[in-house]
Write a protein that binds this ligand. Sequence first.
Ligand code: ZN
Ligand code: ZN
Length: 286
Amino acid sequence: MRVATLGSGSRGNSVYIECGETRFLVDAGFSGAEIARRLAVLGVDPESIQGIVVTHEHRDHTAGIGIAARRWKWPLYITPATERACAPLLRGAETIRHYRGEEPFDLGEVTIHPSSTCHDAADPVALTVTDTRSGLKVGVATDLGRATTPVRVALSGCHFVVLESNHDEIMLRESPYPWSVKQRIGGSRGHLSNRLAADLAVDLLHPELGGFLLAHLSDECNEPEAARDMARKQLERKGYRGVVDVARQEQPSALYDVASLVDTVRNGGPQLEFFGQVVRPPVAPR
Ligand SMILES: [Zn+2]
Ligand SMILES: [Zn+2]
């Protein structure tokens, strides 16, 4: 199972997941041309994608769903309420496959478990994706507002998690945003701060968790190093030896091979510390 973000942040989000011959996106918040360009960076042919699972209607997650569904005939896996909220993006020519919050469904070789989140959208979800053969489980959890108990339970046992780490609480407080915007971002139906993301990451720890990819960072109110340091410090205190990386807005992340990350933590941690430089296990190109 391999996972990458095509890009992540308030100007567009999309996660690429492949498992055997099954390839799909979670969200597509970029233009059609950008989706194609970013897939090409990962060496993925758009024709090989089998659909987009849409988590909620906010444009940073859906800007490209209509065009991509029409251009490449990708089915849209979407809840009925999110589809209604996405009406301006759809022209009726798209293939729609409805799913419902909390009801698992199959997509090729994986089972997807949606889990309702606390976020200011019509019917927002976080997802876990389980390889039906190996049992490997990947979480995609952004736009969380707060990590509710059901979301924590849903994410437990993941081997790799794309996890929202949206803002630094002090940077948000001191930002030039109007008070109402600060309230929205930092509120219980907005976005998860670095501190709350690190708390959740620690909660999810188990001996076979191979990596966290911190995502949906705010341009204005976060720094990649701040997000990574907060999570890494708390995780390492608990003995975690896996990967902690940060997804960028402008470019795809590395393509993480989940099985090899899990193998590495099973064998005592990747990380050959070399003069303070962390050397990651290589991710083999296909
Ligand atoms: Zn959102
Ligand atoms: Zn978002």
